[in-house]
Write a protein that binds this ligand. Sequence first.
Ligand SMILES: CC(C)=CCC/C(C)=C/CC/C(C)=C/COP(=O)(O)OP(=O)(O)O
Ligand SMILES: [Zn+2]
Length: 464
Amino acid sequence: MEGEGTATGRQRRATASQLDQWTVQDQVFKIYGAFASIPRSAQSVILELQRDKHVEYLTRGLQQLGPSFVVLDAKCVLLPSSCVAFFLDDCFVWCSSIWTASILKVVLYERSRPWLCYWILHSIALLGESVDDELEDNAIDFLSRCQMPHLATTYAAVNSLVTLGGHKALSSINRWMHDAGEIDVRACYTAISVASILNILDDELAKGVGNYILSCQTYEGGIAGEPGSEAHGGYTFCGLAAMVLINQANSLDLASLIDWVAFRQGVECGFQGRTNKLVDGCYSFWQGGVFALLQRLPAFGGEGFGTSDVEVEWVSDSTSEGDDEDRDSSDDNEALHPEPDQEGHQSSSHSPESSTAVHIHHSRHNQLEPLFHTMALQQYIVLCSQEQEGGFRDKPGKARDYYHTCYCLSGLSVCQYSRSKNENSPPLPTSVLGPYSNLLEPIHPLYNVVSRQYHDAREFFSKY
Ligand SMILES: CC(C)=CCC/C(C)=C/CC/C(C)=C/COP(=O)(O)OP(=O)(O)O
Ligand SMILES: [Zn+2]
């Protein structure tokens, strides 16, 4: 064993977080154990998505952003967990040295408002709902008046306006460009994503991006924020999506990337963001979204995203409609009904980690199967991340917030549509954990906006 002086950061972290990991696993397995011990008829109620409560929680959050979205409100209730540091980190570093804690909160709150708008509006859209006219007008007004000197908040604001949709929201976007800003994989993605959805992506903007992202793919297979850093789910999603958008995904080492992401789904059924770290609901999208992208690549049997115009093509197969009807879904049911052992621990034979051979295979009907355990992930989201009173959280014991609500719902949608051949063929009930009323709207995985709104925006920006 290596001594303290020579241990790598990851080895030290493994020791330090071992206890945390056991605690989290204990909590999660208790939830699954309790679920497994109740009658089947009652289980379907527990698996229900609390739609009304989620919409109520989200709408309240939007209203709290300020009646006209300009009043400064330092209430930190709206500021989500530490995960959000990744969205606002330059601001953290700058403020923490010179500002008092309360001013810091105000600055962070201000910086996060376009993000809060996006997380809330996108979550509402995923639930198939919309906001009333007054809230919509206020949001459009606020977002179009923001100076948005920051790429990531520009992405959040543009995605919010695309989600609101319609002429007023879309025409309020000034298709600006600007220089400077961060240099990391998030910045590459947010710049390329915004340019692509607004139909202003060109070779000049994409110049050098591919080589930079390639230099961030690590020996583990995932993608890091910067060259030399550690592979992380958030950056892996950003890196892969940006590479698909500039049509260079094939230059990544996709075999090692898929290996890395497959191993991030653990015995808790949810995903971790990086090696030896804890499961967290938000990675349902950052890691689940990586699978949604990979699945559509020709290298994995998908039909690609098109090339320069990034038109979404869904995975199709050569079999006739209805072939899926008799698909063997026994694997899926395992996640639904885990059998706890004597200590209440779920048997490892029901965990994704035990089926590590995440392979790309076609069923006997030549249908592409999901590349990860989508039922297990839905189980984690619905039973461990969902708050019965509305909203979603990182893990049991943590508080709900809008960031986790957005990315848990986005990940849930990815799971539900993981077998769908196209947007117009809704998933079979066997792909949706719990009652079929849990079905969310499908997303476009490159931008993480609801598909219908993506298509409307695409059409709008091809004309104007
Ligand atoms: C579009 C855009 C701006 C995307 C950003 C994607 C991104 C980098 C997400 C990661 C956010 C996150 C949960 C960090 C947690 O780090 P941690 O060290 O607290 O958590 P960990 O232990 O799970 O790694
Ligand atoms: Zn998180």
